[in-house]
Design a protein around this ligand. Sequence first.
Ligand code: HEC
Length: 190
Amino acid sequence: MRLYTAVLFVLTLLCACNNTTKEAQEGDEYLTKGKEVIQHTLNKLSGELKQAMRQGGVRQAVPYCNANALPITQQIAQKYGAQVRRTSIRNRNAKNAPTAHEKLIIQQYAQQLTAGKKLKPMVSQLPNGNTMFNAPILLRASCLNCHGTVGQHITETDYQVIQSLYPNDKAIGYKVAELRGIWSVTFEKK
Ligand code: HEC
């Protein structure tokens, strides 16, 4: 009987290990896929944003973003069979407000940043069985023209353009290296 219990115990351990390895592998798979999706979205968004900025500055780039940011992410979503979006607690577009789960992740990253930790992409399971990939978005100097301080980085006239399109804008006053928001990629349950 004692042997039986011992065998059972070892078996349970083995199964538990197997399970964790399987979960870890799936996590790795989503980590790789998630990074690919955001890299692709980022390349497309930033390439087109830079071009619009070169052509007509903030005044032209903001309406461009307004019309194209969401369609671009939707195109990518179709290609990868995943939902991709950027979300932030201090958001510009009301459609980019975080869900309760995303809000927790943003708060977690914010705490890590305050603690001086390196922020890493992460994968979590949603209650409905879907898998979510997240990665932090930090503010860079090149973002200040549109997300910095009005009167210092953003001219009054440029801010009027921003406000005319986003009357409830909360995405100003950011500083370099601050947490601007997160990438959020949702993979449906297989
Ligand atoms: C030309 C102005 C401009 C620049 C430069 C710019 N943004 Fe934005 N940003 C916008 C606009 C406009 C939106 C709203 C897009 C939409 O309608 O979905 C936005 C939205 C976002 C969002 C989505 C959440 C929200 O607030 O709605 C994030 C995250 C973001 N920007 C981060 C950045 C980062 C990081 C940089 C620098 C690498 C940057 N932005 C540079 C204009 C800009």
